[in-house]
Design a protein around this ligand. Structure first.
Ligand SMILES: [Zn+2]
Length: 1013
């Protein structure tokens, strides 16, 4: 009896466990069962709906401008839902939450309830589920995580666990990043599918049955970043001849009494195709996508014909056919192959660059539309700032949420693979700009409300200036007298940063909140910037001062009547302020100064006409032609020459591969690169804080090289454009740094701003590439950093937006800054990438940072910290000083996270909840795991409870169960699952402090939801 009781308990427990698993695996329970000893064909009805491309987001949604492309997403959803309700066997997947929720929110209660039934039954399933199907080359991981967070949250709130996607469906992006696979795994996804791969690699993989792999998507995170990844056989379209869509002209299934009855031929052809596909995959299950761009606008046509196809193909089974056809989803296909005792090859690198023929490398879009790529980064920067400010100020309410959502949604749209990529039509690009600008304006309302609460400027304006990159701010146009600059630091630790404010050519004094005077420099805005035809004639100068901000701090600027006394003041206060610099900074300062001391003996003589510009950390040498030729810093010295070049763009008719044009997608230079500016005219400005070399290379290329006192990097602020096209030749402009470093063909590039990948010139991980395009075939996406190293020295370049880059020769690094093209490359956009503004070619301005260091030790540790500061510097808000009151201000703290821990996210989440992500930003080569206590952060955020979730914030980490796929060496025959490797944090306010202690391994991100109040 005792024993029986015990057994009963075990059964109950097992039943509970199974129930939990079913819930966690919602959707899988409803998968169609295949038949044993048959080829089970998973027909996957889908529609690929770009969130803007040839038409704007709204034109696509409403079906406007069908003269450009016949596409209306609202009709797709209307008609698909109606067709799904007609037959329980039918399935459909939907990907883009931006479109889905726009439609869903317009539906009646009855339709909403029907949709919920479809989702619950697995008949409508979400794949991907982010706001858009993001690009993978030019996106930054922070923005990818954000857009999954909002998409999956909306699905969770609307449909509960059944709305949660299990697979990624990245069918259209032009190449695939390793970090994306890693993020999918960290969000608890079971796998992903895509359609585009280098044509040689694709051929090889299909031949070798390696089109489906276990992607080991992190060098550090192990199984937490492993993801099953499958390549679709024939792009993402239906099999040739079987597109039943209104946009296609393939034959329908004609099964009545008719001379035209084609059932036998259609079934024969389909079965033959399936047999061919099967020979390229390991499993007896095959996935056949049934859809294409904006398909299913008249969904009855698609489903009626697929119903017939299924019926007649399966009828053949009675004659001995082994093909079994049914409606399915990618998740159900994945479940089927997970259950089979199969093993899979592994993959370690990424799928860049993507090439589709001998002359076609999709490496142009890495750099296309440089100003849009930068504006998107501004959008992310401001989104992080306003999310944090809204949280710190405890702002709540519908307006507050919708202001933030506006920016979250706009940023979700910007991640789309025709937005951040720059591969959309010009009018669509303009619409993206409009959308993002309006969303920033909405979020600005939150920022202002928060700052009025958090500072003593209870009526402060807190204006954001979005044109500071050309030293324009309406708020300072009258000369910045009685101005307050309120700085917000989005990082999780205090930082130093030099702040630049556009001013007139007058004397100013800068004070901090305590009235203490700060040293400052006044530098002219470069003549080339001042001459920009569209720039208002204000602010000829910039005021520069060093700010120290824990989280939030204001600095006061006012005009000074007597410039000379300001100069004296500078000298007098400088010593004082240096003494008050906190320890970490002053140590860094001191150490490097000593190192430089040693090296200064080896300085080349100035007698050869060389020019030296130096501070206590960095020494630059320019030759008599005005080019940078040598850099000394971090105790090492290297001959580094920096130059600008342009490639002439290939301009063919695209009729044959060899006639391919360079275009929005494709980079194809025509011949070798041409130097811009053999002789550079330049001037040098030496302040006490910053030294600047203003260089002019040509009428349309100029630059400022800057070194700041106490900062271990060299800044290159480039200005390129309008790119001349009066010779009728498109041009692609690069900056190149050459050195004597023997890099042996190896260089390192980041993956979406996180881990680094090792590249070898003219080589790939899996196959031998044809290098008929030696330049563009060696280009890789650079989202944050590219580096080379030799035996002693290492050079890293950090950038401020996504760009293409490479190391085409040992010791050299290049980044593509701007492109202006006169031909379309024939991949659908139908326009040349010839951006104009204000009646001329677009002018772009941006920054590249150089760090030279000793290759030994852990130089990349410093680069990583700099990378964070470049990505999320202080945000500047401007107000009139007259608005200051005597209000006592509550100090908000930076949480004082360990130096290597990045506050990746802090934002309002569900009602009474806050979302926090902490990331150890160090690589395994750079540092050790960090242990620290979350209690101070928890208390500061008025926490009541804390729970840990998957990366997207929507699934409790304890409930995450992922498919484990077996590697080729395995002989496991039963399906296995991954769970979290660490025990998830779950604690309440009353719990002891020790319960809040956490460990962050290198590159690990942990996500927490804090219930407050
Ligand atoms: Zn697309």
């Amino acid at each position: 009896m005792q024993l029986l009781c015990g057994l009963a308990t075990i059964f109950v427990l097992l039943a509970v466990l199974r129930e939990q698993q079913v819930q966690a695996a919602c959707g899988y329970a409803n998968c169609p069962a295949g038949k044993a000893n048959m080829i089970n064909v998973h027909l996957v009805p889908h529609s690929h709906d770009d969130v803007g491309w040839l038409k704007t987001v709204d034109q696509y949604y409403y079906g406007a401008r069908n003269d450009i492309q016949h596409a209306g997403v609202q009709y797709i959803l209307d008609n698909v839902i109606r067709e799904l309700l007609r037959d329980a066997k039918r399935r459909f997947i939907f990907v883009e939450s931006a479109f889905f929720f726009k439609w869903y929110n317009e539906q009646t209660a009855e339709v909403k309830s029907q949709v919920k039934t479809l989702v619950k039954g697995g008949r409508l399933e979400f794949a991907g589920g982010a706001w858009s199907m993001n690009d993978e080359a030019a996106v930054h991981y922070q923005s990818v995580i954000d857009q999954f967070t909002i998409g999956l949250k909306a699905l969770q709130q609307t449909f509960g666990a059944c709305g949660r996607p299990h697979v990624g469906w990245q069918i259209d992006p032009f190449g695939h990043s390793r970090e994306m696979a890693s993020l999918f795994a960290q969000m608890g996804f079971d796998g992903q599918f895509f359609a585009r791969m280098d044509w040689i690699e694709k051929t090889e993989r299909l031949k070798n049955l390696t089109a489906e792999v276990i992607w080991k998507a992190s060098e550090v995170l192990g199984q937490s970043a492993e993801l099953f990844t499958g390549l679709l056989y024939r792009h993402y379209s239906a099999p040739p001849g079987f597109c039943f869509d209104a946009l296609c002209s393939d034959a329908p299934i004609i099964d009545g009494v008719s001379y035209d009855n084609n059932v036998k031929e259609r079934v024969d052809t389909f079965i033959k195709y399936i047999q061919e596909v099967t020979t390229h995959y390991r499993s007896t299950h095959v996935l056949i996508p049934m859809g294409d761009d904006f398909n299913y606008q008249i969904a009855a046509m698609n489903f009626k014909n697929m119903d017939k196809l299924i019926k007649y193909v399966n009828e053949r089974q009675s004659l001995g056919s082994k093909v079994n056809l049914f409606y399915s989803t990618p998740a159900c296909y994945l479940k089927a192959i997970h259950q089979a005792p199969l093993t899979w090859p592994s993959k370690a690198q990424d799928f860049f660059p993507y090439s589709t023929d001998w002359h076609t490398y999709w490496t142009g879009y890495y750099s296309s539309r440089p100003t849009q790529k930068r504006f998107e980064r501004d959008g992310n920067h401001f989104l992080q700032v306003t999310k944090q400010l809204t949280t710190f100020a405890n702002l709540t309410g519908n307006d507050v949420n919708s202001n933030l959502d506006a920016l979250r949604h706009a940023m979700g749209v910007m991640q789309h693979h025709d937005a951040i990529t720059g591969t959309e039509k010009q009018h669509v690009a303009a619409d993206y700009d409009r959308l993002l600008a309006a969303a920033i304006e909405s979020a600005q309302a939150n920022a202002r409300a928060a700052l009025q609460k958090l500072t003593n400027l209870t009526n402060g304006e807190f204006v954001s200036c979005l044109q500071l990159n050309i030293s324009v701010c309406e708020f300072t146009k009258n000369g910045a007298d009685q101005l307050v600059v309120t700085l917000f630091n989005p990082l999780g630790r205090p930082s130093y940063e030099y702040v630049r404010v556009p001013v007139n050519n007058e004397a100013y004094i800068v004070t901090d909140e305590t009235g203490r005077l700060l040293p400052s420099d006044l530098l002219p805005v470069p003549a080339e910037v001042q001459r920009l035809s569209f720039r208002p004639k204000i602010a000829s100068h910039e005021l520069v001062f060093l700010a120290y901000v824990e989280k939030l701090r204001s600095y006061y600027i006012k005009k000074s009547a007597n410039p000379r006394s300001v100069e004296e003041l500078k000298v007098e206060t400088q010593m004082r302020s240096m003494n008050s610099i906190p320890k970490r900074f002053s140590e860094m300062h001191k150490k490097s100064a000593e190192e430089n001391e040693l090296k200064s003996i080896a300085i080349d003589s100035e007698s050869r006409g060389e020019i030296i510009v130096k501070n206590s950390h960095v020494k630059l040498t320019l030759d008599s032609s005005g080019h940078l030729t040598k850099v000394e810093m971090n105790g090492v010295s290297e001959n580094i020459r920096q130059e600008f070049y342009y490639y002439n763009a290939a301009a063919g008719n695209n009729a044959e591969f060899k006639n391919r044009s360079s275009g929005a997608y494709i980079f194809r230079p025509n011949g070798t690169e041409l130097l811009i500016g053999r002789q550079v005219t330049f001037s040098i400005y030496e302040g006490t804080q910053v030294k600047e070399v203003h260089q002019r290379f040509s009428d349309w290329v100029s630059q400022v090289i800057r070194i700041y006192e106490g900062v271990n990097r060299v800044e290159f602020e480039w200005l390129v454009g309008p790119i001349p096209i009066n010779d009728n030749i498109g041009k692609e402009v690069i900056t190149r740094f050459t050195s004597n470093i023997k890099s042996a063909g190896v260089f390192y590039t980041d993956s979406n701003g996180r881990e680094m990948l090792k590249r070898k010139r003219n080589q790939r991980e899996y196959f031998k590439p044809n290098m008929t395009e030696a330049v563009s075939g060696n280009y890789y996406p650079i989202t944050a950093r590219i580096a080379i190293e030799g035996e002693s020295n290492r050079i890293a370049l950090l950038n401020d937006r996504a760009q293409g880059g490479s190391s085409l020769k040992d010791g050299a690094l290049e980044l593509m800054l701007h492109r202006r093209l006169l031909r379309d490359d024939a991949f659908g956009v139908g326009e040349a990438l010839n951006e104009t503004a204000y009646g001329e070619g677009v002018v772009a301005r941006g920054k590249v940072y150089l760090i030279l260091s000793n290759a030994e030790g852990t130089p990349s540790r410093y680069e990583r910290l700099e990378q964070l500061q470049i990505h999320l510097p202080f945000w500047k808000f401007f107000s009139n000083a007259t608005k200051a009151t005597n209000k006592k201000v509550r100090q908000i703290s930076s949480f004082n996270l360990p130096q290597t821990v990045h506050l990746l996210t802090l934002e309002p989440f569900n009602a009474n909840e806050r979302l926090v992500r902490l990331e150890n930003f160090m690589d395994k080569y750079d540092a050790n795991p960090v242990t620290f206590n979350l209690r101070p952060l928890f208390d500061q955020l008025s926490g009541e409870e804390i729970r840990e979730t998957t990366l997207d914030g929507n699934l409790n980490l304890s409930e995450m169960i992922r498919f484990k796929f077996q590697p080729e060496s395995s002989n496991v025959t039963k399906p296995e699952y991954y769970k979290t490797l660490h025990s998830p944090l779950l604690a309440k306010k009353k719990d002891s402090v020790s319960k809040f202690s956490i460990v962050l391994h290198q590159m690990q991100i942990r996500t927490f939801v804090i219930k407050w109040r």
